[in-house]
Design a protein around this ligand. Sequence first.
Ligand SMILES: [Zn+2]
Length: 313
Amino acid sequence: MAQPSDKPCPICKLEQQDVRVWDYGERQTVECHRCGTFTITASAKRVAENRTLGPKISAWLRRRSDAGADIPEVNSHTLNDIEVALPTYRVSEKQLLILRSFERRTEFPGQEIFVSLELDYPLAWATGEDEFRYLLRALMERGLIRRTDGPADLKDSFAFKFEITAAGWTFLDERARPSVISDQVFVAMCFASELKPAWEIGIRPPLAKSGFRPYRVDAEPHIDRIDTRIVTEIKNSRFLVADVTMQRAGVYFEAGYALGIGIPVFWCVRYDDLLNVHFDTRQYNHIVWNNEQHLAEQLFFYVSAIIGRGSAN
Ligand SMILES: [Zn+2]
């Protein structure tokens, strides 16, 4: 049994007693009090050593770790994809993410939640301690959480105790299915009958297997105006799958709308239609498929690697 050593976390560079690293040569297993538990390949580690990785990767790893998902593996392919595909949350969404993480850690109302500025900022998808402190203060100003061990300005310490207020619980109840932690996936694709197997074999099963609920509207979208219902369902989705085979303008329109509001898009196209696509094929997350089974395998791989598991089943 390998002994853990004191090394900095390859992702967030945290050191000493908060990080344990088991080295197995070609890969390492890392237990980081900021990023959670993950494995990283030697090639990804080299990538990580040569540049500063965004705090989004810590946040992505921590969310999976806290949700009790399988230990994620970081390799050089997923590293770039993760960074590019992850959403940029708005300030109000980051506050909701903090409140959700408190909710998960609370067994009964009134229980105190211990928070460390240094270790817990990924819970808020914050860039660091200063932003995290600001978001915690904002939640207090809104009356959704209360500090139980000191003043509300959070200037006296680097670790605090909070509880969720009655207003906070009501707020959580009213947002039982918020888009930021939704299990819905919006599927944009052409409705021609030859593409029915792409939906039934290639797209729906791998999304369900990943723990997501695929949502597809039941008719071709209009090109000139986007339906209110479509807008609402895109907003309520964690990410969007756009299969552009047969080149319907509505599919590009929906995918473009999702990108515009910060929702990740997975592009797919059947190989014989690749030359016709209107997206830049150098961009990340595009799947060129030969048959429906091939599409299913690739989509499952990409969703697992980049988004992680949903909890719809
Ligand atoms: Zn770390």
